[in-house]
Design a protein around this ligand. Structure first.
Ligand code: OAD
Length: 247
């Protein structure tokens, strides 16, 4: 059973963190919700009116490339209209006191970077880059929002969204695992922990390391003796955490 916190200070007041400590923040869609980007599993199982597997799988790409490109073009247009929220900003503040802070995100948006975060590892790819479908899998920045049929890499292969789809390997997973296994505090924000292997990162923290979940709903994950749940939105929880860590 995860322990429910009434206040984050219950956890932070007894922590032995110092400025050299390694804090890892693992974020999901809830991190960007207050910026206006919808989460995946909150609306009747539909993601912007699509079943996830109809737009975010290699089968979907093989079946209807134009539909998948159009879906991600819409996501990119939306991303260009939103801004980082107070939660993203609080994490940047925490990084000022804890320069080793590492963000590992499942999000494909660039809101952590736009807020000014230095160390961000994207587990599931990035919306504003494309990737070649050729053997080299070269990655390109997308200028603006549109990626279309006929847009090719320098070797003539069609470009696809640089997203890790269902059914694909997660290339950054090994690096994430190594980072998490050495951290002194793991903060998990706004993820249902329903998607693997990403969620399994929580299994790799050391036995002494506390895990703090910040999410209005309690994620179903169980497994460590040191999991604490603070039921709150990302902005509220992270502003409070920044205040405690920096005081
Ligand atoms: P989910 O939609 O599964 O979960 C979102 C979580 O955010 C839920 O636990 C909500 O309770 C929580 N939440 C909602 N509003 C919040 C707020 N304001 N502050 C904090 N938390 C809030 O999204 P993920 O767990 O990120 O993969 O989904 C994981 C992966 O599944 C995604 O990376 C995506 C998806 O398919 C790909 O696109 C490859």
């Amino acid at each position: 059973m995860n322990k429910r916190l009434n206040s984050i200070s219950e956890l932070i007041s007894r922590s032995t963190l110092n400025h050299e400590s390694s804090i890892v923040v693992f974020t999901g869609a809830g991190m960007s919700a207050e910026s206006g980007i919808s989460t995946f599993r909150d609306q009747n199982g539909l993601w912007e009116n699509h079943r996830v597997e109809d737009v975010a799988s290699i089968e979907a790409w093989d079946r209807n490339r134009a539909l998948v490109l159009d879906f991600y073009n819409q996501r990119r247009r939306q991303l260009l209209q939103v801004k980082p929220n107070k939660g993203h900003e609080a994490l940047v503040n925490i990084e000022k006191g804890f320069p080793n802070l590492q963000v590992i995100t499942q999000n494909v948006d660039d809101l952590h970077e736009r807020a000014g975060q230095t160390n961000v590892l994207h587990l599931h790819g990035q919306l504003r880059t494309s990737r070649s479908t050729g053997p080299g899998q070269e990655v390109y920045h997308i200028n603006g929002s549109e990626l279309s049929m006929g847009d090719t890499c320098s070797n003539g292969f069609q470009l696809r969204p640089n997203i890790v789809w269902f059914g694909e390997m997660v290339p950054a997973f090994e690096e994430a695992l190594s980072i998490v296994s050495q951290c002194d505090l793991l903060i998990v924000v706004g993820t249902s922990l329903a998607v693997y292997p990403a969620a399994s990162l929580l299994n790799y923290v050391s036995a002494q390391t506390d895990i703090l979940l910040i999410d209005p709903n309690e994620p179903s994950f169980r497994g460590s003796k040191h999991i604490y749940h603070f039921p709150a939105k990302a902005s509220h929880g992270l502003v409070e955490l920044a205040r405690l860590l920096m005081s």
